[in-house]
Unconditional design. Structure first.
Length: 220
């Protein structure tokens, strides 16, 4: 399930004691801080925004670009409807095969990261006409302007993190109404939630649940 924006706004207003009209914080202010919070999460935990998408390659070129909503490329998976594509090191390829960019166009078999641009990459050989590639990439969050609808990029379990991030921003700019330390407290909660989810990944993502391997018993 996705995060309901109405629920986020309701929780934020309750926690900052802004539940009675006229509100201290307008809907526009809350949505601005919601977008800022999502982009902060993107910087700290880009893996939470990973998605898959297709691109149409530029014919005859080795240098290609990620989708326009990409924050960074994670992987080039395969040619759409065809073979997988292997990641290789560009400098190693160039050292052993200096003319690799000048060969005939064809179906991609290898890809290489651009050393200075996280949203561009090289393929080998130069692209054939109308070739499509399937990419995994980190998607830039949607800009939300309405207090209705859902935050599609994050699951419902991250709702407390989003709420904490918004409150930390509100409390940091509204000195007239805040208690000392509340902005820091909510920022600490925000950062801790993101850090704990990262630390807990080995428990769920690895066969050994993040524990050291037990020594194998010798045969009797």
């Amino acid at each position: 399930m996705s995060i309901g924006i109405t629920s986020v706004v309701t929780d934020v207003r309750a926690l900052v004691n802004d539940s009675n009209t006229p509100y201290r914080y307008s809907d526009a202010t809350l949505m601005s801080f919601l977008n800022l919070t999502l982009n902060t999460i993107l910087q700290l935990r880009p893996d939470l925004f990973n998605t898959y998408g297709d691109i149409v390659c530029t014919t005859g070129e080795v240098l290609q670009s990620a989708p326009v909503d990409s924050h960074r490329i994670v992987d080039v998976i395969r040619v759409k409807g065809g073979n997988s594509v292997r990641e290789v090191n560009r400098l190693s390829v160039t050292s052993g095969y200096a003319s690799w960019m000048a060969v005939a166009n064809g179906t991609a078999t290898d890809w290489m990261r651009h050393p200075r641009d996280p949203n561009r990459f090289y393929i080998y050989p130069p692209s054939s006409a109308s070739q499509e590639l399937v990419l995994e990439y980190t998607k830039v969050p949607t800009i939300y302007t309405s207090t209705t609808g859902t935050i599609t990029e994050l699951p419902l379990s991250y709702s407390p993190t989003v709420v904490s991030g918004i409150i930390a921003l509100l409390e940091s700019v509204d000195d007239e109404h805040v208690s000392s330390g509340r902005a820091k407290m909510y920022m600490d909660i925000f950062m801790q939630n993101l850090g704990l989810t990262l630390q807990n990944r080995p428990i769920t993502d690895m066969d050994g649940a993040g524990l050291p391997s037990l020594p194998k018993e010798s045969p009797a």
